[in-house]
Design a protein around this ligand. Structure first.
Ligand code: XIL
Length: 353
């Protein structure tokens, strides 16, 4: 077929077959130009274990969303955004509810995706029976052991289970330990208690500590490295450090690579576990371009460090991002927009590998 005829034929396709035009949030804003099938496939080709995303149960009824979530080679790893947390899995003492958590684990299994369990012990989304129970050290130790052991044990032995964020956000920004019911009752001992329990419940899962503001060099990252050293010297299992990476456009730390290398030198792997890069709204072409550069910077930093095993987006679309509700006035943090259209940030991820 001659080129002009072919062009005319292609141009007529939407008319003849009523293919809907791609939705765009704002026709003046740039979109993605990368023509690739899947981000996970690119990550694998670049030598990483996975590129994944967080997801939540209430999002799974949106078929436009699940078509991307389940697209072959787009996401090779899933994190439950909420449904494996303490309030969701043990809302009353000793009463475990796994319906929503199982739905996420089964989703990963059925699509051949890895699962990062999230999380066992965290100061948020904790039921009041834990925070207000006035438990002594022995009682709280048993409570942690029962919770982590049952939760991690539930997904042990499944092909999908790769790792667990066993301890989430244990440190303050100045590097001191966060004051919460666990630290206030047990001191820093709650960390080995949780890590040992998780490892015993699933010896094949990598056990992680996960935190924010430890992505670049600084007091908090130094404190986390000291914690890794201490745990290792005590023979406590610790396989990885999760760098949450909730970044701000234009403010991505410049020391990502050196910082990751310093963690890896201690004998742990690292992962980018909750990546999003937010901006003050409204989004503009300039902010989206900077965001593209920032995504590229983060991906290429992980790419530069062999011990950085993979990257997880903290959901992939602005439609379901937690940013606007947590940081009022900010948003547009994900690589897909509200209408599930790829943004320049998508190209930034592709370019980063
Ligand atoms: C957030 C979820 O995205 C929200 O839906 C929920 O309301 C609050 O928690 N660090 C973490 C995640 O480790 O568990 C948090 O997830 C975001 C910050």
């Amino acid at each position: 077929m001659q080129r002009s005829l072919l062009t005319a034929f292609v141009a007529l396709l939407p008319v003849v077959f009523a293919i809907p035009a791609t939705p765009v949030a704002d026709a003046n804003l740039p979109g993605s130009t990368a023509n690739v099938a899947g981000l996970h496939a690119i990550a694998r080709a670049a030598g990483k274990l996975y590129l994944g995303t967080a997801t939540d149960n209430n999002e799974l009824t949106n078929t436009q969303y699940t078509a991307i979530l389940e697209a072959p080679n787009m996401f090779g790893q899933i994190t439950a955004e909420n449904s494996m947390k303490w309030d969701a899995t043990e809302p009353e003492q000793g009463v475990f509810t796994f319906t929503l958590a199982d739905q996420i684990a089964n989703l990963a299994t059925s699509h051949g995706q890895l699962l990062r369990g999230h999380n066992c012990v965290w100061h948020q989304q904790l039921p009041s029976w834990v925070t207000a129970g006035n438990f002594n050290a022995n009682q709280l130790t048993s409570i942690i052991q029962n919770h982590c052991g049952t939760l991690v044990g539930r997904y042990a032995g499944r092909v999908c289970t790769y790792s667990w964020d066993v301890v989430n956000e244990p440190l303050n920004d100045d590097g001191s330990f966060r004051s919460d019911v666990f630290f206030n009752t047990l001191g820093e001992n709650y960390i080995p208690i949780a890590l040992r329990t998780a490892k015993a419940a699933d010896p094949h899962a990598k056990v992680y500590i996960n935190d924010f503001n430890i992505e670049g060099l600084g007091a908090k990252a130094t404190a986390m490295k000291n914690l890794v050293r201490t745990l290792k010297s005590q023979g406590v299992p610790i396989d990885g450090i999760g760098l949450q990476s909730h970044f701000i456009v234009g403010e991505v730390p410049t020391t990502l690579v050196q910082n990751m290398q310093e963690f890896v030198a201690l004998g742990v792997e690292v992962a980018i576990t909750e990546l999003d890069i937010r901006m003050t709204l409204p989004e503009t072409a300039a902010l989206l371009e900077q965001q593209k550069q920032d995504y590229q910077t983060v991906i290429s930093a992980c790419q530069a460090v062999q011990g950085c095993v993979g990257i997880t987006l903290w959901d992939f679309t602005d439609k379901f991002s937690f940013i606007p509700s947590t940081f009022p006035g900010q948003g547009a943090a994900c690589p897909w927009d509200q209408n599930l259209v790829r943004k320049p940030a998508f190209d930034g991820i592709v370019a980063g590998f």
